[in-house]
Design a binder for this molecule. Structure first.
Ligand code: BES
Ligand code: MN
Ligand code: ZN
Length: 497
């Protein structure tokens, strides 16, 4: 998709579809007003007749607009304006998400959006352009690659022009560039997330990681096999893959855009390509959604895709712990005690709490890179979905500056996280009679005790954990991976160049 910015003249712009804003109370943006004036105030009359009041994401598509050069005119409501005339970031995004929906039955492939007329509270033109690009590109993602006859999509965008005034041209161009790179990372994370477990195996994830590095001088990828993990003493990780015919893989990515001496930031992803629960088998209903249990890994790979496109001057390490969680005859049993790479023994009281078992060894492995910060990303607990729903990722950290940096990045990227406690009070729930630590902490505060488990393995570095069980995918009619938290991760990395 070709995306550019220029100064748009709403009346003269020739385009397949011109998109302009209106606001609460049917208030017209400058562009909408210019069109109204050019057509003897017909637009005003029409909007009144159609009871168009400019509320958020309301839309009206005119197929034969009068008095302007555009083939079609789409008016979108951006909702309430504050005293300064700003709309909210949420409403801005909702309004832009409406575009694909409003045009889905048209053959438009080229659109022009007058965005300079809309100002967003606490956000600049770069943010607006970036969000618009992320939303428009995501709207084109299809999830039907495995249908034998995918439906012929009607609305396929090939060219988008974002209208901004001259003063904002540089900011908008920058937003477009970053937005495009984030959108490719998000798309990759969504594609991998949506793939079924019989295709997206640990081996598949490893080959996708290698593909990312092909022809890239700044990115290298290596894959550790089970034998190498055995030699490193990763008894915890290997206890998860024990019950599966698919071998586990530890995928290590190194992006070196910064100085040799600069300590890297490490991203560690949970890559359970299917989570049956193991011997502590999950109930059948909805179990298909456990193909999404590798979305943490997918967000790491997506973030590296964005890094390769943007080539920022930073060093980043990625470690993906990829495994299936299956219940065959070799599977780990409840009560089994395994020894982690860090030397701590773990009583596996529930084989369905497998994410922490693969992550603890991956986190220990990450120490060798002497990272300045480590962020793990995992679809770790159903309890996190209960606590925060689908809007915020759960954030836990042993370092307040790191936590604040991640929260800020989430706000800026509109891919938000919410901090949860990691107090010592919760740690005793993990006591075991037979080993150093148990892998479950009972029903109370399940997402917190999961984070507490990981905290036992992260004492030597600044660490944060993102529980994305609620944010990585949607269920129901819109079932599918979201690509989160790629925007947050990229923002955090760019903030720390
Ligand atoms: N992958 C799941 C977490 C999950 C569950 C994510 C539902 C999204 C929706 C994880 O491996 C798991 O099974 N966690 C258990 C932990 C429990 C056994 C302590 C859970 O959340 O039930
Ligand atoms: Mn599980
Ligand atoms: Zn899991």
């Amino acid at each position: 998709m070709q995306i550019t910015t220029k100064i748009l003249d709403a009346v003269k712009q020739s385009t397949q579809c011109l998109i302009v804003a209106s606001f609460d109370g049917g208030k017209l943006s400058a562009a909408a007003n210019a069109i109204n004036v050019a057509d003897a105030r017909q637009l005003e009359t029409l909007l009144k007749r159609e009871k168009f009041d400019g509320r958020t994401a309301q839309s009206l598509l005119l197929l034969i607009p009068q008095g302007i050069a555009a083939d079609r005119l789409l008016i979108i409501g951006f909702g309430a304006q504050d005293k300064q005339g700003n709309v909210s970031a949420d409403n801005f995004r909702k309004a832009l998400q409406k575009i694909a929906d409003a045009l889905k039955s048209t053959p438009c492939s080229e659109i022009s959006i007058v965005l300079g007329d809309v100002s967003v509270a606490d956000k600049d033109a770069e943010w607006q352009a970036r969000q618009a690009v992320e939303i428009l590109i995501a709207s084109q993602d299809r999830a039907d690659s495995l249908k034998s006859k995918p439906a012929e999509p009607s609305f396929v965008l090939s060219k988008v022009t974002l209208g901004f005034p001259k003063a904002n041209a540089t900011a908008a161009a920058k937003g477009i560039k970053i937005g495009q790179a984030i959108a490719s990372g998000v798309s990759l994370a969504r594609i991998l997330g949506n793939l079924p477990g019989n295709i997206c195996t640990p081996t598949y994830l490893a080959s996708e990681a290698k593909k990312l590095a092909r022809g890239q001088s700044l990115l290298s990828v290596k894959v550790l096999e089970e034998k190498a993990m055995q030699e490193l003493g990763m008894g915890s990780l290997l206890s998860v893959s024990a019950g599966s015919d698919q071998p586990a893989k530890l995928i290590v990515l190194e992006y070196k855009g910064g100085n040799k001496k600069d300590a890297p930031i490490a991203l560690v992803g949970k890559g359970i390509t299917f989570d049956t629960g193991g011997i502590s088998l999950k109930p059948g209903a909805g179990m298909d959604e456990m193909k999404f249990d590798m979305c943490g890994a997918a967000s790491v790979l997506g973030t590296f895709k964005t890094l390769v496109e943007l080539q920022p001057a930073i060093n980043v390490v990625g470690v993906v712990a990829a495994s299936e969680n299956m219940p065959n005859g070799n599977a780990t049993k409840p009560g089994d005690i395994v020894t982690s790479m860090a030397g701590l023994t773990i009583e596996v009281l529930n084989t369905d709490a497998e994410g922490r078992l693969v992550l603890c060894d991956a986190l220990t492995y990450t120490e060798r890179f002497k990272p300045k910060a480590v962020i793990d990303i995992a679809t770790l607990t159903g309890a996190c979905v209960v606590a925060l729903g689908n809007h915020a990722s759960g954030l836990f950290s042993n370092n307040e500056a790191l936590a604040q940096g991640i929260l800020k990045a989430g706000q800026a990227a509109h891919d938000r996280a919410w901090q949860m406690p990691l107090w010592d009070d919760y740690q005793k729930q993990l006591d075991s009679n037979f080993a150093d630590i148990a892998n479950i902490g009972g029903p109370a505060g399940g997402s917190i005790t999961a984070a507490c488990f990981l905290s036992r393995f992260t004492k030597n570095f600044a660490w944060a954990h993102l529980d994305i069980a609620g944010t990585a995918w949607l269920s129901g009619g819109a079932k599918g991976a979201t690509g989160r938290p790629v925007p947050l991760l990229v923002q955090y990395l760019l903030d720390n160049q």
